[in-house]
Design a protein around this ligand. Structure first.
Ligand code: F3S
Length: 281
């Protein structure tokens, strides 16, 4: 019989669950509900919310034009500027920024005020990173790769504070910290990587190592799911990235004796359950 193991850490993390619950709670109250950006990187959930009347605000300009309703900030958080617009337009704010991200905002703001230059290790395009940069009073650098870290060059007397995007890989963070440390700056390093990510990644690695095939469930645009896929693929050649059960070739799976399943932080439980059940048949 085939062994199918579902990772305990698969699916919504605490911050995403809190944000999604906040949207469903607001829908019940009957006000016009808007989210600033998609509440999570998952097409299925976004579709459901759209059907329930939740509207998406996709840019600062659109937000500036909004004069009434409830606006929900997602778990990734936003820059200070966005809070000002919401306040000035008298919108009802529901702040679902993950408390771990809020802590980064507070840290970088304090450290910038203390005169430190902030280095954010993460992806420039990621909304969480863009939100964090908005608390650094234009005194920051985002470093994504070791190459960029090697090229980082500010006067040696610059005081630096290094933080991380919550969802990046710990080894990448360490590598970049090491490169910057060797340059001789006065540095404070605050590891702001979220444990939920680390736990999910460690469990995925272990599970992939022990499985003949590995299934990673999540939206194609979710960076944390992509990372789970990369980690799993490095350990298990037969790793499949799927969005829902429809993408899974169940016949192909039959040839494997052991199958591991994990899912990104924005994958709803019902999708995970469906895949898990189908794999057990
Ligand atoms: Fe928060 Fe960590 Fe999730 S930072 S949104 S609990 S991945």
């Amino acid at each position: 019989m085939r062994k199918v193991v579902l990772a305990k850490s698969a699916g919504f993390c605490f911050g995403v669950k809190r944000a999604v619950d906040a949207v469903y709670d607001e829908i019940k109250k009957g006000d016009e509900v808007y989210t600033y950006g998609p509440i999570i990187h998952n097409e299925e959930v976004i579709k459901d919310l759209k059907e329930k009347g939740v509207r998406l605000i996709e840019s600062e300009e659109e937000l500036k034009a909004l004069r009434e309703g409830t606006i929900i900030i997602r778990s990734h958080g936003v820059s200070e500027r966005i809070y000002d617009i919401i306040k000035n337009n008298n919108l009802h704010l529901v702040d679902a920024t993950c408390p771990f991200v809020l802590k980064i905002h507070k840290t970088v703001k304090e450290q910038t005020e203390n005169g430190r230059h902030i280095i954010i290790v993460g992806s420039k395009k990621h909304p969480e990173v863009q939100g964090i940069t908005g608390w650094c009073v234009n005194n920051y650098t985002v470093l994504e790769t070791k190459e960029e870290a090697k090229n980082f060059d500010l006067p040696l007397e610059t005081h630096i504070c290094i933080v991380a995007q919550t969802t990046i890989n710990y080894n990448n963070f360490q590598d970049i910290v090491e490169i910057i440390s060797k340059k001789g700056y006065d540095i404070i390093v605050i590891n702001t990587i979220c444990n939920a990510t680390k736990e999910r990644q460690t469990e995925a690695r272990e599970l992939a190592k022990a499985s003949d095939a590995m299934i990673v469930i999540g939206d194609m645009h979710s960076s944390n799911t992509q990372k789970l896929y990369d980690i799993s693929k490095a350990e298990c050649e037969n790793t499949y990235y799927i969005q829902t059960l429809k993408d899974l070739d169940l016949d192909r799976l039959k040839s494997f004796r052991s199958v591991g399943i994990t899912a990104g932080a924005s994958t709803p439980n019902n999708i995970i359950k469906e895949v898990h059940t189908a794999c057990q048949k």
